[in-house]
Design a protein around this ligand. Structure first.
Ligand code: AVJ
Length: 344
């Protein structure tokens, strides 16, 4: 894999931050598009129909997700923030990490709690946000460099299923996967991904994982069916993305947002359900997809974990747990892992 470019953010208004920010782009746009096309084609033509959740996060989708996190029903973000507010200091003391790497950093909001704690601990040197969205990553990198005057910000634009091995190795890193993102993977993919994270870690590195826990179905389903309809808009936005990027002819008003808990798999699945039978042309895939009335397209799964089962998965992948914390209600779980090898 090659880097497309290694560049700082030009001078100007951010003059004094420019020398501390650089962003490497590992996603070559053409290769990335090709891969996504192939994935989308396979997923749309299979039965039941399914898309990768990555299609949800265009610019508008990312903004809608931020809005979801502010909905009263969507508890995970608040619970995780509650835990991090109370425990970031513990994480800093236990790890004394020099470099924070955030996998799927998005807008890097909760990151600040960790950066503050590591700065107070006196060990912090730099931060690597790692995300597929170049625009968001550049924006958050600049803001963070501005707000943390001695922080090195080395962003990586890549797919964290492909590019873990190219992450900068600045000794004693803390790799963070927050927000319940691990829940988007299905069991086989999850095992591979955890294995890849473990394989990318040196003996002094740590892994901080935020996971949403199993709880009452009504609470889970409410979180993905907010009354204001933000999650519905987020889900339906996928059709606009397909229309724009694949030249598809989806009519969003012909589909309905559905999010329900699947107890067998232990996940919430987000679906788009066809309100009536229809055929949708997808010109860049040179294909048409027909939907029967009520037929669904799955856009995301969000796994809710059992603590013991998740512990087994991480142990299997070669991690050793150092500490774990929940919020007052036991809704969300923050865990800290080492490679299980001696660190000194
Ligand atoms: C960002 C993947 C953790 O699964 O809860 C929120 C995404 N989807 N509402 C989640 C999401 C619908 C979120 N993750």
């Amino acid at each position: 894999v090659e880097a497309r470019g290694i560049e700082g953010v030009g001078a100007g208004a951010l003059g004094q931050t420019a020398s501390r920010v650089w962003v490497e782009v590992y996603l070559r746009p053409l290769a990335w598009r090709c891969l996504r096309y192939r994935e989308a084609k396979a997923g749309l033509l299979q039965s039941p129909r399914e898309l990768s959740p990555k299609w949800l996060y265009d610019e508008r989708g990312s903004r809608l997700f931020e809005e979801i996190t502010r909905q009263p029903e969507y508890y995970p973000t608040r619970r995780e923030r509650e835990i991090l507010s109370a425990r970031a200091g513990d994480v800093a003391r236990l790890t004394r990490a020099r470099w924070l790497v955030e996998l799927g950093s998005g807008a890097s909001k909760k990151t600040r709690l960790l950066l503050d704690a590591l700065r107070d601990e006196g060990t912090l040197e730099g931060f690597t946000p790692f995300d597929v969205s170049e625009e968001m990553l550049r924006g958050s990198s600049k803001r963070l460099a501005w707000d943390y005057p001695s922080l090195q910000v080395h962003g990586v634009v890549g797919d964290f299923e492909q590019h873990l091995s190219v992450l900068p190795r600045h000794g004693r890193r803390l790799l963070a996967l927050l927000g319940g993102t691990l829940g988007n993977f299905k069991p086989g993919e999850r095992a591979r991904f955890l294995g890849a994270i473990r394989a990318s870690m040196g003996p002094e590195d740590f892994f901080l994982l935020g996971s949403d826990l199993l709880k009452e179905t009504s609470t889970l389903e409410a979180a993905y069916n907010d009354a204001a309809g933000v999650t519905a808009a987020f889900n339906l936005n996928v059709l606009e993305v397909l229309n724009r990027e694949l030249g598809a002819g989806f009519v969003p008003s012909q589909f309905q947002h559905v999010a329900r808990f699947d107890a067998e798999h232990g996940w919430i699945e987000m679906l788009l359900r066809a309100k009536r039978a229809q055929r949708v042309r997808i010109s860049s895939l040179q294909a048409s997809v027909s939907f029967a009335e009520g037929e669904t397209l799955r856009t995301e799964v969000s796994t809710k974990f059992d603590r013991d089962a998740l512990t087994r998965e991480l142990t299997q992948a070669g991690f050793a747990r150092l500490a774990d914390w929940t919020d007052d209600r036991g809704d969300f779980w923050l865990t800290l892992w080492s490679t299980g090898r001696a660190t000194d």
